[in-house]
Design a protein around this ligand. Structure first.
Ligand code: CO
Length: 310
């Protein structure tokens, strides 16, 4: 996208970053499939959960072959964390046991707090064309893991955006950047979730608290961070140097990238598939509740739903 198509956006001066974080590690991700056979790349895998606390998973999906995505994600449970799905291209319908339903499409975000339990499905609403996007899992603090489920859909037009004088176009999905408040904020983990579009040579600076864990995922073009070039389809984990006050990136070619950061919870992480709790005991409880039909039954349907809603 050229800057001319974004003339409605505000142009802001860059945040001052005196010393940028460097790249600690480049990660290629792992090809896998999930749901009923959706091909995807698991960029943030389980072995990085501690390093990238409070983030538990990042999946990237992108294909123009319907065989790779058409089966979607039929009914499955979650407990103990939040899922954030960002659709770059394509259409997917969400339904869940808490009575929420929504169509997620081109540039939209769906934010779902599973809390004590949700059973949901995510089914493609297209038979051809490109389906591309990301699903990020954000952990909940121990005290909130059994909270009531929550859900919001944000269309592309609902997401706050701004441009910078140095040529970046920024969508603020969560947190705040350059004084622009994102669609969602969370007090416990202070997640920052930005989608960056940069023309060749454009730069972007983002202030980051030194203790927050942060990473960049490049999905078009390439970024230079310090003396490291981060190519497309790579995640760069950013070092938590005490004297670094943010990150400075520079685009090599037309580039799109996610910048994600958050305050670590520093709590035990116990994961079994779609359940992420603090202890094994809580995982057994989740499995039992799911088997006995109590996982989602604990979630009261919204008052607007007719009685007898599953
Ligand atoms: Co799910």
């Amino acid at each position: 996208m050229t800057h001319d198509t974004m003339t409605h956006a505000k142009r802001l001066e860059d945040e001052p970053v005196h010393r940028s974080r460097s790249v600690e590690q480049l990660i290629a991700g792992k090809e896998t499939s999930d749901g009923a056979g959706v091909k995807l790349t698991r960029v943030l895998t389980q072995n990085l959960q501690r390093r990238l606390d409070p983030f538990l998973m990042l999946d990237a999906f992108g294909s123009d072959d319907p065989d790779d995505y058409i089966a979607g994600f039929p009914d499955h449970p979650h407990r103990g964390f939040e899922t954030v799905t960002y659709m770059i291209a394509g259409r997917m319908r969400h339904r869940d046991s808490a009575g929420h339903e929504g169509l997620l499409e081109n540039g939209g975000v769906q934010w779902m707090t599973a809390g004590r339990g949700v059973i949901h499905s995510e089914i493609p609403q297209q038979e051809a064309g490109v389906m591309e996007g990301f699903q990020l899992w954000l952990n909940l603090p121990a005290r909130d893991k059994m909270c009531a489920p929550w859900y919001r859909d944000f269309g592309a037009g609902d997401l706050p955006r701004f441009g910078t004088a140095s040529g970046a176009e920024v969508t603020v999905i969560a947190g705040a950047s350059h004084g622009v408040q994102g669609a969602v904020t969370r007090a416990a983990t202070e997640p920052l979730y930005l989608d960056l579009r940069l023309a060749d040579g454009a730069t972007f600076a983002q202030a980051l608290p030194a203790e927050h864990n942060a990473f960049v995922y490049v999905y078009r073009g390439a970024l230079r961070i310090g003396d490291q070039v981060v190519p497309a389809q790579r995640m760069a984990i950013l070092a938590n140097a005490a004297d670094a006050d943010g990150v400075l990136v520079e685009a090599r070619g037309e580039t799109r990238a996610l910048l994600i950061a958050g305050q670590p919870l520093n709590e035990p992480i116990a994961q079994y598939g779609p359940f992420v709790m603090n202890t094994e005991q809580e995982i057994y409880q989740a499995i039992n509740d799911h088997r006995n039909g109590r996982l989602a039954a604990l979630a009261e349907p919204t008052p607007a739903m007719p009685s007898g809603f599953p």
